[in-house]
Design a binder for this molecule. Structure first.
Ligand SMILES: *[C@@H]1O[C@H](CO)[C@@H](O)[C@H](O)[C@H]1NC(C)=O
Ligand SMILES: *[C@@H]1O[C@H](CO)[C@@H](O)[C@H](O)[C@H]1NC(C)=O
Ligand SMILES: *[C@@H]1O[C@H](CO)[C@@H](O)[C@H](O)[C@H]1NC(C)=O
Ligand SMILES: *[C@@H]1O[C@H](CO)[C@@H](O)[C@H](O)[C@H]1NC(C)=O
Ligand SMILES: *[C@@H]1O[C@H](CO)[C@@H](O)[C@H](O)[C@H]1NC(C)=O
Ligand SMILES: *[C@@H]1O[C@H](CO)[C@@H](O)[C@H](O)[C@H]1NC(C)=O
Ligand SMILES: *[C@@H]1O[C@H](CO)[C@@H](O)[C@H](O)[C@H]1NC(C)=O
Ligand SMILES: *[C@@H]1O[C@H](CO)[C@@H](O)[C@H](O)[C@H]1NC(C)=O
Ligand SMILES: *[C@@H]1O[C@H](CO)[C@@H](O)[C@H](O)[C@H]1NC(C)=O
Ligand SMILES: *[C@@H]1O[C@H](CO)[C@@H](O)[C@H](O)[C@H]1NC(C)=O
Ligand SMILES: *[C@@H]1O[C@H](CO)[C@@H](O)[C@H](O)[C@H]1NC(C)=O
Ligand SMILES: *[C@@H]1O[C@H](CO)[C@@H](O)[C@H](O)[C@H]1NC(C)=O
Length: 720
């Protein structure tokens, strides 16, 4: 059903001669019927939803009263259709193009699929077209360029592909064009530069290629975001002429070259500058300070070099300064002295200096940074000296990363003042001394990384005050003493505990079994001597358990709860007894099992993991037999004889044997009791198994120890 069926005036004529509105009004008596039919057709392609919106679209009410429909007062024609977030599914009917009085169309936040009907191009009164957050596919119809009154065109978060139609250059009233998070390809059409009313251009996260058209300078852009595309060329020179710009987002493209020195003078209204993940080179322009409203400078993952401009201290609104992974600090001698200048940025919340070339001593002025600072990230530089006590003035800190530097000295006693800290990473430095017990005052600590230092003394019991730790990495230090039974609050959600490569002794506390969320436990390379607590079988989430190179003894308990375990290493201990049944039943998830160099005995099965030589190690156990031939273990004769006995001997022979054995057993038992009473005090508390250091084996394990030294890079980049 087409419009011309109802209205004698033919459609393109209306488009061209908007003034012919009077002739159009003469068909409005029928036009209101058109609208009703169009709405009914539109509804017919939608499936109803949990909100029941469309149930109201029935004949008991005039269509102007249907949910989401608004009509003009005079002609009872639909002027607005707003079904934002009504949980609608289905496709958009081309009949929508018959709602000729429509000014506002919002179908965002639904599950609409199919194409955007080009018939929308007929809606010449349309001011706002909003179809974001659906699953619409296909291209963006060229005919939308006929909606000459469009002010906003928002198609974000769909599956739109193909090019941006160059015809859109005709939308001279358009203020906001946002196509973010689609899969649009091809170049940004040069005609966009003709959109003289355009204030917001958001093309974030598409597959656009080519450069940014020069002619963009005719627009009045405030927001220019093309992050996450494949755009090339230098810093878009057109932008330097747009003094109205507030926000520039070029993150993750292929831009290269230098940023002009005078950028801050040319763009004095800049508030957000996001250039991350390109290949920009050269210095950070000093003139950025002249854009005095700058709040966000986000330029990580580039090749910027040289100094951080000291004048940044004048940016009173600066909240976010992300310099991660550049070559900053190179070729300068003043090290981190800019930190003293940044002290004037009283609104600074995030400072990321990670993975640059900063060197020199960590200045005391770090303690004068804004007390609003939530993230102070300095990992991966060549910063030396000790951690100044004043750093604990920064009481808002939520994340403090100083790992992979050359820091020395102790953790300041006052660390406990950082009561808002969630993430503390001091790993891979040369820090010494004890961990202050005040660390337990940081009750919100989530990740504590102190690996690869020379910390000594015991693990503070006060760690148990932390309410919700998730990852604790204390590996590769010189910690001594026992693992405190409540170093982790039993109600915590800890998922990773690594205390490997220390000198911890005593037992592994059975309380570890209370840590129900534990996924990875590494206590390897210590001197822990106890049996393996049966409670470990309660950690149902275990994926990795490393207990090798300790003095664990006794049998391996049945840890039937470890259904999802992938790596289990119990090698180089004094474990004895048989290989427990549960290990055979763990086939699906278990990828590597190491039981080598213990005192295990009995038959090795050939089933499941024990059938795959590359998935398990069992050498260095003297009393094992059977197994797959590759193991070259002796066969298990006892078992084959007992089978043949069962077959051959008649019942009465069995009876004799059984009674004889019972008698022998009774006598031995009596003897044993007598002996035990005799030498009770002399019995050893554990068998004197021996632990041989096997250098090549150890070296292998240190080399593959990904846990200890794995790095955290970056957090919370702005994807603008
Ligand atoms: C359409 O308009 C005519 C005349 O104004 C009126 O009689 C009729 O009821 C209207 N129909 C609808 C569905 O609004
Ligand atoms: C028709 O819509 C009205 C609201 O407009 C609603 O109250 C009524 O229940 C609906 N009737 C049916 C049969 O769904
Ligand atoms: C869609 O839903 C989001 C989240 O509920 C809301 O912020 C937004 O305003 C809605 N509309 C559009 C057009 O995105
Ligand atoms: C799209 O526009 C062209 C020319 O402007 C017109 O001929 C065509 O009918 C329109 N298509 C639809 C589906 O409205
Ligand atoms: C970019 O869009 C794709 C879909 O086209 C989506 O999968 C991805 O998560 C988006 N990336 C970001 C950073 O939002
Ligand atoms: C985007 O489109 C390109 C080329 O058409 C295709 O190779 C790519 O897989 C698409 N990406 C997504 C996320 O759909
Ligand atoms: C921009 O508009 C001018 C005239 O208004 C026109 O001559 C030119 O071709 C347009 N440029 C593009 C790239 O569409
Ligand atoms: C910027 O504007 C100046 C003068 O207004 C003009 O000469 C120059 O060509 C423009 N540059 C760009 C890239 O549009
Ligand atoms: C730009 O800022 C510098 C200080 O960084 C100042 O000396 C200079 O006068 C400013 N220039 C203008 C034009 O405001
Ligand atoms: C940026 O630095 C990387 C790493 O050193 C280098 O591979 C790349 O060529 C550099 N790019 C430019 C444009 O200098
Ligand atoms: C910081 O503020 C002090 C006092 O207000 C001032 O003397 C100093 O010049 C400022 N530093 C910078 C880099 O703006
Ligand atoms: C901080 O910890 C210490 C030692 O654990 C304790 O004595 C002190 O009361 C704690 N302070 C606060 C404010 O909790």
């Amino acid at each position: 059903m087409s419009l011309s069926h109802f209205c004698s005036v033919n459609f393109p004529a209306i488009l061209i001669l908007e003034l012919v509105i009077t002739s159009f009004a003469s068909c409005s008596a029928l036009g209101n019927e058109t609208d009703k039919i169009a709405l009914q057709q539109f509804r017919s392609l939608l499936t109803d939803n949990s909100a029941g919106t469309l149930a109201s679209w029935n004949d008991s009410h005039h269509f102007c009263q249907w949910t989401g429909v608004t009509c003009g007062l005079r002609h009872q024609r639909v002027t607005s259709l707003n079904l934002d977030g009504q949980d609608l599914a289905g496709t958009v009917s081309p009949f929508i193009g018959n709602l000729l009085f429509l000014q506002y169309l919002n179908l965002a936040n639904n599950s609409l699929h199919g194409f955007i009907p080009p018939e929308i191009g007929r809606l010449f009164r349309l001011r706002n077209l909003i179809l974001s957050h659906n699953t619409l596919g296909g291209g963006i119809p060229r005919n939308l360029s006929q909606c000459l009154n469009l002010l906003t065109l928002e198609l974000d978060y769909n599956y739109l592909h193909d090019r941006i139609p160059s015809e859109f250059g005709s939308l001279l009233k358009l203020q906001k064009l946002s196509f973010s998070n689609n899969n649009l390809t091809g170049p940004i059409p040069a005609s966009i530069g003709n959109l003289s009313s355009l204030q917001v251009l958001d093309l974030l996260n598409n597959s656009l290629i080519g450069g940014v058209p020069i002619s963009t300078s005719k627009t009045r852009l405030k927001v220019f975001v093309v992050s996450e595309n494949e755009l090339t060329g230098g810093f878009p020179s057109a932008l330097y002429n747009l003094s109205s710009l507030n926000i520039i987002g070029l993150y993750h493209n292929l831009f290269t070259g230098r940023v002009r020195r005078d950028i801050g003078l040319l763009l004095p209204n800049l508030q957000t500058l996001v250039l991350g993940d390109n290949q920009f080179t050269g210095p950070i322009p000093d003139s950025l300070t002249n854009a005095s409203n700058l709040a966000t400078i986000d330029i990580p993952l580039n090749n910027f070099s040289g100094r951080v401009p000291a004048s940044f201290g004048r940016l009173q609104n600066l909240k976010w300064l992300n310099l991660l992974q550049n070559f900053l600090g190179s070729g300068t001698t003043d090290g981190l002295s800019f930190l003293a200048d940044l002290a004037n940025c009283s609104n600074l919340e995030m400072l990321d200096l990670q993975y640059n070339q900063f060197k020199g001593e960590l200045p005391v002025s770090v303690g004068n940074l804004s007390t609003q600072l939530k993230q102070l990230l300095m990992s991966g530089n060549r910063i030396h000296g000790s951690i100044p006590e004043v750093i604990t003035n920064l009481f808002s800190l939520n994340r403090l990363y100083m790992d992979a530097n050359m820091l020395t000295g102790n953790i300041p006693m006052s660390i406990g003042r950082l009561s808002n800290l969630h993430y503390l990473n001091l790993g891979q430095n040369k820090l010494t001394g004890h961990i202050p017990s005040t660390i337990g005052n940081i009750t919100g600590l989530i990740d504590l990384y102190l690996y690869d230092n020379s910390f000594e003394g015991s693990i503070p019991l006060s760690l148990g005050n932390c309410k919700s730790p998730q990852e604790i990495r204390l590996c590769h230090n010189k910690f001594t003493g026992t693992i405190p039974s409540h170093m982790i609050s039993p109600s915590s959600l800890v998922i990773l505990l690594n205390v490997s490569h220390n000198s911890l002794s005593g037992p592994l506390p059975p309380e570890v079994g209370n840590l129900k969320n534990l996924i990875s436990l590494d206590v390897s390379y210590n001197q822990i001597s106890s049996e393996i607590p049966t409670s470990l079988g309660d950690c149902l989430g275990f994926e990795e358990v490393y207990m090798q190179a300790n003095h664990f003894q006794g049998p391996i308990p049945q840890l039937g709860g470890l259904k999802g375990i992938r790596f289990l290493d119990l090698s180089n201990n004094n474990l004895s007894g048989k290989i427990p049944e549960f290990l055979v039943n763990l086939s699906s998830s278990l990828q590597f099992l190491n039981l080598s160099f213990n005192n295990l005995e009995g038959e090795v099965t050939v089933q499941r993991i024990f059938g795959n030589t590359s998935a398990f190690k069992i050498d260095g156990n003297k009393e094992l037999c059977g197994g797959i031939p590759e193991l070259r273990l002796p066969s298990c004769p006892a078992i084959s004889i007992s089978r043949s006995i069962k077959h051959r001997l008649s019942k009465w022979v069995m009876v004799i044997i059984i009674s004889a054995s019972c008698a022998v057993a009774l006598v031995s038992l009596a003897l044993l009791f007598w002996m035990r009473n005799l030498k009770k005090e002399h019995l050893p508390t554990h068998s004197l198994g021996h632990f041989y250091e096997r250098i090549s084996y150890d070296a292998l394990f240190i080399a593959t120890d990904g846990f200890c030294s794995s790095k955290l890079i970056g957090s919370g980049n702005l994807y603008m």
